[in-house]
Write a protein that binds this ligand. Structure first.
Ligand code: 13P
Length: 251
């Protein structure tokens, strides 16, 4: 039985006070929910204060990125060790905005994944096809490449610390959610890939989140699909009440 995991990716939003206010509002709305793992992912500058505000709650914290070195002359980058230091349990890697705006490659993401896991962070590893790739019949090839290259070399023990987030790029921030059937098809395909590469035990255990215009109104029908194990939420995670509605729909 895979435990549902719902994470809010706040992207580049919220000053420190806004981040803290959001989690202070969220805490009572999801208090007592123990059937869903809940994670919020603020910007770096908000992590410390948000982590303090979350102490003792049932909400975990993640960062939105991490680098492949522990320290040194890497101006502007952030180490997994530093994220752990301010209270993160998770980092998001491979988000489509980092792949497509910042140019991160499958090989670099594989390096980041290994480095974060070895440092002790858990990882939400994002995959997903562009609209033109889907329309060109390339979805399966893209997911195959992203999983094969991106998760290369992971051990069974490391896989226990990894969640896959399937986020079709055409559904991100567009209000155009994948249908439950489209999500299920991509998730089942992804689980099959993991099975081929790493075996049935890893594939059965790994959680696959859906991301792309998830809201309180569509969460229940998506989570009802057997291969949808949670969500990575953008826009609807920015407000405590809309994020809590998604958690409640899945709890
Ligand atoms: P939206 O929920 O705003 O579509 O964003 C999804 C996403 O990119 C989460 O990482």
């Amino acid at each position: 039985m895979r435990k549902t995991i719902i994470a809010g990716n706040w992207k580049m939003n919220k000053l420190v006070a806004e981040s803290v206010a959001t989690v202070e509002a969220l805490k009572p709305l999801v208090a007592g929910v123990d059937t869903v793992e809940i994670v919020v992912c603020p910007v770096f500058t908000s992590l410390y204060a948000t982590g303090q505000a979350l102490a003792g709650s049932n909400i975990q914290m993640g960062a939105q990125n991490s680098y492949v070195k522990a320290e040194g002359a890497y101006t502007g980058e952030i180490a997994p060790q530093m994220l752990l230091d301010v209270g993160c349990q998770w980092t998001i890697l491979g988000h489509s905005e980092r792949r497509h705006i910042l140019g991160e490659t499958d090989a670099f993401l594989n390096e980041k994944l290994h480095f974060a896991l070895n440092a002790g962070l858990k990882v939400m590893f994002c995959i997903g096809e562009l609209l033109e790739e889907r329309e060109g019949g390339q979805m399966e090839a893209v997911l195959t490449r992203q999983i094969t290259e991106g998760t290369k070399g992971l051990t069974e023990a490391q896989w226990e610390q990894v969640v896959i987030a399937y986020e079709p790029v055409w559904a991100i921030g567009t209000g155009k959610t994948a249908s439950p059937e489209q999500a299920e098809e991509a998730h089942a395909f992804t689980r099959g890939l993991v099975c081929n590469l790493f075996g049935a035990a890893v594939a059965d255990a790994v959680r696959i989140q859906y991301g792309g215009s998830v809201k309180g109104e569509n969460a229940a029908e998506l989570i009802a699909k057997p291969n949808v194990d949670g969500f990575l939420v953008g826009g609807a995670a920015l407000k405590a009440d809309s994020f809590a509605a998604i958690v409640r729909a899945a709890a």
